[in-house]
Design a protein around this ligand. Structure first.
Ligand code: FAD
Length: 271
């Protein structure tokens, strides 16, 4: 979906187009952060197919593009936090220059791109929430083991310091709260579906990502220089999981959506 020239936070605004010519779609555009594009057999390209549709959410479609299609070029991988990927974590920059694919490569019906995206993003966000809780728990465990055994002076473990204890207790409370929020959102999705649970999904996306950032930061601080090394997974997570507050909707976008929905309930116009 995402394009370097357009704000990804406003996904209905994009430059990539697919026009129908006979039995083919002809794609033209520029994408980046195409996750796993490097080595992929095909791309799922979000492109504007119905620019005149009155509903802006019905203007784009998803189209499968085999990566050996003439006109499809993987320009390279973005260098992210010092890494250019090349495996599952790659973020490809892709160009479509009159790339032609069969009409049958359309996913679903024309104009259904955002409906399909939403179907993937709702469950995807709760999956992120669960994964991030796992990162928090492991980071917390690493910090606690270290605090209990690292001595600042003979017989004086790091964990005997009140300030370290406070960080441990705060992390425990925050992880616990985040976990219950994720469970509650999952329960609501199961009972009423992802659409009904939109607010809960947005809130866990923001809260768990922020909790993870705080828990990781405290763990790295507690381990000192060791926390900066690659001898533990903390530094890797710290670099790789920072993006959690940006992808699948930046914090601000989710918070704005939640606040607007709440304020509409108080009669405020949010158009
Ligand atoms: C690791 C990683 C993996 C990704 N994977 C994919 C992928 O697989 N497929 C894909 O299509 N895209 C992917 N993306 C792109 C991601 O979806 C976009 O980065 C995201 O939607 C934000 O768009 P943008 O980067 O263009 O930032 P912009 O939209 O330009 O926003 C920049 C910043 O502005 C602020 N902002 C935005 N909107 C508001 C608002 N309403 N109010 C206040 N502040 C606001 C936020 O702080 C935001 O971070 C990935 C990104 C990363 C970092």
């Amino acid at each position: 979906m995402t394009e370097p020239e357009f704000a990804g936070s406003n996904p209905v605004w994009m430059g990539t187009t697919a026009r129908r010519e006979g039995a083919e779609w002809v794609l033209r555009g520029h994408k980046w952060f195409a996750s796993s594009a490097d080595g992929a057999a095909f791309a799922i390209c979000m492109a504007v197919t119905s620019p005149e549709a009155a509903n802006v959410y019905r203007r784009a479609s998803m189209i499968l593009v085999p990566t050996d299609t003439p006109g499809f070029t993987l320009l390279g991988n973005a260098s992210v936090m010092g890494e250019r990927g090349g495996d599952w974590a790659s973020h490809g920059e892709v160009s479509y220059q009159d790339a032609r694919v069969p009409a049958a490569n359309l996913l679903g019906v024309e104009g259904a791109g955002f409906v399909l995206a939403q179907e993937r993003l709702g469950p995807g966000r709760i999956h992120h929430g669960m994964r991030w809780i796992g990162v928090c728990e492991r980071a917390f465990d690493i910090l606690c083991r270290h605090a209990a055994t690292r001595e600042l002076a003979p017989g004086k473990p790091l964990g005997s310091k009140q300030i370290v204890q406070q960080g441990i207790a705060e992390s425990r409370a925050e992880i616990h709260a985040a976990r219950l929020m994720v469970l509650h959102a999952a329960w609501r999705i199961e009972k009423e579906g992802a659409e009904a649970a939109r607010e809960e999904i947005s809130l866990i996306k923001v809260t768990v990502a922020r909790t993870m950032q705080k828990v990781l930061d405290r763990a790295i601080q507690g381990l000192g220089a060791l926390g900066m090394t690659d001898d533990t997974p903390l530094a890797w997570w710290y670099a790789h999981e920072r993006a959690a507050r940006i992808y699948d909707g930046a914090d601000e976008v989710h918070l704005e959506a939640v606040a607007r929905r709440i304020l509409r309930g108080y009669g405020m116009s949010t158009r």
